[in-house]
Design a protein around this ligand. Structure first.
Ligand SMILES: [Zn+2]
Length: 287
């Protein structure tokens, strides 16, 4: 079972002509103004899954500033899920800059049955303490629904690239500490945040913190996988590719080079995220 936990499907309108959004959507423009920044269609995603032998993908959109864009993107992802319910796992995302709209969209999508929230990103401006405060009501809703939340986190050092943002690490930890009983996925290896789980007083509150591997081939060498496994545990590292940025091949090569095989590889490639996703289904069954 292979599950890609990190793929993007942007608005159909942006697939057809991205330039129409450049004026009003600043973060979108900074990430996608280059024609090299790929935007996938549903067919591209399906073909990618088939060609790579991937069983399921978590699919999410973009945190559009405009509420209608955000809503439509989530709706298109829901449609995709309805067409391929066994293969497409829908997550909902939105911008936190307009709080009321974020809460409305969070409630609307999770009530409709979305399997999680994410990738929640603060592109352009980065994550401050007040952004995490703004995120809290969404985390509360997600906790009630027993669904995971994926947060876009970058490493604070190294080369720059579009979408790389700063992060108030203390505020992130404060948030994790306030929600120890829910699954929080930190994208992009959590910017290295997992290292702090080696501190005993912090590690105990990070049992349900996960990292995904998205964009790792651009950022780390192959030792990153075992570094995260050694810090967080075998159950807490999830394969995510950031498709269409990258496909899974590059990641599989890194895993091979790192000598990761057998049960650990199976966990990273699918079992770990499946366990997280099944918590919601189990709860629904218990209710
Ligand atoms: Zn990201």
């Amino acid at each position: 079972m292979i599950i890609d936990c990190h793929t993007h499907l942007l608005l159909r309108k942006a697939q057809q002509d991205r330039s129409v959004f450049f004026q009003s959507e600043v973060a979108f423009r900074s990430l996608y103004s280059s024609p090299k920044a790929r935007i996938a269609t549903t067919d591209d995603i399906l073909r990618y899954l088939d060609e790579s032998g991937i069983d399921k993908a978590i699919v999410f959109g973009f945190p559009w500033e405009n509420y209608e864009n955000s809503k439509r993107n989530n709706d298109e992802i829901w449609d995709f899920h309805e067409r391929y319910p066994d293969r497409i796992v829908p997550f909902a995302t939105f911008s936190l800059t307009k709080r009321d709209m974020a809460y409305r969209e969070c409630d609307r999508t999770l009530s409709a049955g979305f399997a999680g929230l994410g990738e929640i990103s603060m592109y352009e401006i980065g994550w401050s303490l007040s952004d995490f405060e703004n995120l809290k009501p969404c985390l509360n809703t997600a906790r009630l629904k027993r669904v995971p939340v994926m947060i876009h986190v970058n490493e604070p050092v190294g080369h720059n690239y579009p979408g790389k943002v700063s992060m108030d690490v203390r505020a992130l930890f404060k948030t994790i500490k306030a929600f120890p009983d829910m699954d929080i996925i930190l994208a992009h290896f959590g910017g290295g945040f997992f290292i702090y789980s080696l501190m005993p007083e912090i590690g105990t509150t990070m049992k349900r913190v996960y990292v995904d591997t998205a964009a790792a081939p651009f950022i780390y060498d192959n030792r990153i996988f075992m570094a995260a496994v050694n810090c967080l545990g075998e159950d807490n590292v999830l394969m995510g590719t950031d498709f269409p940025l990258l496909g899974i091949k590059r990641y599989l090569k890194l895993l091979d080079e790192a000598g990761i095989d057998g049960p650990l590889k199976d966990k990273i490639l699918g079992i770990n995220i499946l366990t997280i996703l099944e918590r919601r289904l189990k709860q629904n069954h218990d209710d």
